[in-house]
Ligand binder design. Structure first.
Ligand code: GAR
Length: 195
C-alpha cells in the first residue's frame, strides 16, 4: 500500500476527492494533510475523515528555506511514497522539489503547457479559447512544466465568466486527480485523458 501526503492552502476540495477515493481496492492511503495556512478550510475536513493534519504558517518563518525545512520534516515523519499538491499555493524551491523528485504531483487549472502560473481561467477567456481544462503533472523545477500525467478538457461556453469556468473545471479536477493518483500509485504513468 502506497502512503500519500497531500499539501493544501485552501478549501481542499481536490484533497477531499483524493482522500475519499483512497479506500477499498485503491493502491494508496492518505497519511497526512499539510497546509501552509492554519486557516485553510481543508484541514478540518481532512481531520473529520480521520486523516492526520498539520499546519505550518509560512508567514512565521524568516525565509522560504526555513519554512520548507520544517515542512519537509513533517512530511518525512509521515513516510509518504507520494506527495500530492492540491491547491498548494506556495512556490517551492528546487531543493525541496529535488527531495521528492519523481513522486510529487500537482493539479493545475489549465490545459498545460497553456497558462502556467496564476489567473488561468481569465487568461483562457481573454484568449478566446474554445476549450479549457485541467492538468495533473509531475512536479519538476520548472513551474507547472513537468511531465503530464493526465488532462481533462471541456468546452468554453458562450457567456462563461471566470467564476463559471473555474467551477466547471473544478468539477473535472475532482474526477481527474483521483483517476491519476490511482494509476500513478499502481506504478503506471500513462496519461489519463478525460472525457
Ligand atoms: C484548484 O482549482 C487547483 O487546480 C488550483 O487551486 C484550486 C484549489 O481548490 N491550483 C492552482 O492554481 C495551483 N497553481 P481546492 O482547494 O478546492 O482543491
Amino acid at each position: 500500500m502506497k502512503r500519500v501526503a497531500i499539501l493544501i492552502s485552501g478549501g481542499g476540495s481536490n484533497m477531499l476527492a483524493l482522500v475519499r477515493d483512497m479506500a477499498g481496492d485503491h493502491p494508496a492511503r492518505p497519511v497526512l494533510v499539510a497546509s501552509n495556512d492554519p486557516a485553510a478550510g481543508g484541514l478540518a475536513k481532512a481531520a473529520a475523515l480521520g486523516v492526520p493534519t498539520t499546519a505550518l504558517d509560512h508567514r512565521a518563518y524568516p525565509d522560504r528555506e526555513a519554512f520548507e525545512a520544517d515542512l519537509a520534516r513533517q512530511i518525512d515523519a509521515a513516510r509518504p511514497d507520494i506527495i500530492c499538491l492540491a491547491g498548494f499555493m506556495r512556490i517551492l524551491t528546487p531543493g525541496f522539489i529535488r527531495r521528492y523528485e519523481g513522486r510529487m504531483l500537482n493539479i493545475h487549472p489549465s490545459l498545460l503547457p497553456k497558462y502556467p502560473g496564476l489567473h488561468t481561467h481569465a487568461r483562457a477567456l481573454a484568449a478566446g479559447d474554445s476549450e479549457a481544462g485541467c492538468t495533473v503533472h509531475e512536479v519538476t523545477a520548472d513551474l507547472d512544466a513537468g511531465p503530464i500525467l493526465g488532462q481533462a478538457r471541456l468546452p468554453v461556453l458562450p457567456g462563461d465568466t471566470e467564476d463559471s469556468l473555474a467551477a466547471r473545471i473544478l468539477t473535472m479536477e475532482h474526477q481527474l486527480y483521483p483517476a491519476v493518483l490511482r494509476r500513478f500509485a499502481a506504478g503506471d504513468r500513462t496519461p489519463v485523458l478525460l472525457p
